[in-house]
Design a protein around this ligand. Structure first.
Ligand code: AHM
Ligand code: MG
Length: 334
């Protein structure tokens, strides 16, 4: 029986095409292994006692779930020893994680949100892992947080694992977006969707409407027009709305059937530019969305061109189907 194209075969063939030495391929394989391990823990849930709060906080003052910490450890354990990384950074760690001296150091930096959508863990709704790979700047022996401060355009690879009804891996190395589904029997991700493209138009939007009173006028206007649908002046169609509160699930839906996702700037907490993190969430998802023909912006600028100033920096995120995101951008210009 034919098992289909495994993700290992896919990345090795890509390596042959670009003439790599296998370092990057081996690094990706370690990332996939950690996501398979996280998938197993998420899947077993209460059976192995991993649900619930860990009674600790991350640097952003958010209460950590047990699975946030377990997933973070799994990412570190699978990626620490291979010799491909110089350092890692995670949403769940205050500072960067240097590769300890007993392991060889490599030329890449790994950035991740080990378990995104944490509020959904205990209620058995989809969550995911988001990752991004950068090059460690030339000549840097001992990387610091400063070396991670690269705009999203510098990403070598971005991807996410979605722990939903099936476990999927969706990734890009800058040559389109491909999706793989975990075959539990084979223990491998198998290529199931090639060269995903986000439809340019959509009639589906996603936003946490409980923040409505804090939104800026361009977003107020856009959502009001979607809600008015055909009965309003601006639009000739009616819209549907979805909000999973797991960005991974939201982006995956948009990649599959189109849509627009907004976590915009609001004035709820004037010190915060948005909710989502530039390095762990916004940049990797922006690379995937752009590679699939979509657009990703803060409303005022392309997310991938932002020069990061802090590891845990937050940004407004508006991404998805080209024509809708461009409409929101044009409202910001008016
Ligand atoms: P997390 O990394 O702490 O899980 O937070 C990120 C998540 C996103 O996945 C999701 O889009 C958003 O937070 C949901 O926010 P809200 O709870 O305001 O709906
Ligand atoms: Mg997150």
């Amino acid at each position: 029986m034919h098992i289909g194209e495994t993700i290992t075969q896919f990345i090795i063939e890509e390596q042959r095409r670009v003439g790599g030495n296998g370092d990057f391929t081996a690094l990706l394989n370690d990332v996939f292994t950690s996501c398979k391990a996280i998938s197993g823990a998420v899947n077993k849930g209460d059976l192995i006692g991993v649900l619930g709060s860990a009674e600790s906080e991350n640097i952003q003052g958010e209460t950590q779930k047990k699975l946030d910490i377990i997933s973070n450890d799994m990412m570190i354990n699978a990626n620490i020893w291979g010799g491909h990384l110089a350092a890692m950074a995670s949403e769940e760690m205050d500072d960067i994680y240097e590769i300890p001296g007993q392991y060889p150091r490599g030329k890449y930096l790994l950035v991740f949100d080990p378990l995104d959508g944490s509020s959904n863990i205990d209620v058995n709704i989809s969550v995911g892992t988001i990752f991004s790979i950068l090059r460690c700047p030339d000549g840097v022996e001992k990387p610091t947080a400063e070396d991670f401060m690269q705009p999203g355009t510098e990403q070598v690879c971005a991807g996410y694992a979605l722990y939903g009804p099936s476990t999927m891996m969706v990734m890009t190395t800058g040559h389109g977006v491909n999706a793989f589904t975990l075959d539990q029997n084979v223990g491998e991700f198998i290529l199931t969707q090639k060269d995903m493209k986000i439809p340019e138009d959509t009639a589906e939007f996603s936003i946490n409407a409980s923040n409505q009173r804090f939104w800026e006028p361009p977003v107020q206007r856009y959502v009001a027009e979607c809600l008015a649908g055909k009965d309003g002046e601006a639009r000739d169609k009616n819209f549907n709305m979805r909000w999973v509160a797991s960005m991974v699930a939201e982006v995956h839906r948009i990649l599959t059937r189109g849509g627009i996702f907004l976590y915009p700037k609001d004035n709820k907490d004037p010190a915060m530019a948005g909710k989502l993190r530039l390095m762990y969430e916004a940049n990797p998802m922006s690379m995937i969305v752009e590679q699939a023909g979509g657009v990703s912006s803060t409303g005022r600028e392309r997310i991938m061109e932002i020069q990061p100033t802090g590891l845990h920096q937050r940004v407004p995120v508006i991404l998805g189907s080209r024509n809708e995101v461009e409409r929101v951008i044009s409202y910001h210009k008016e």
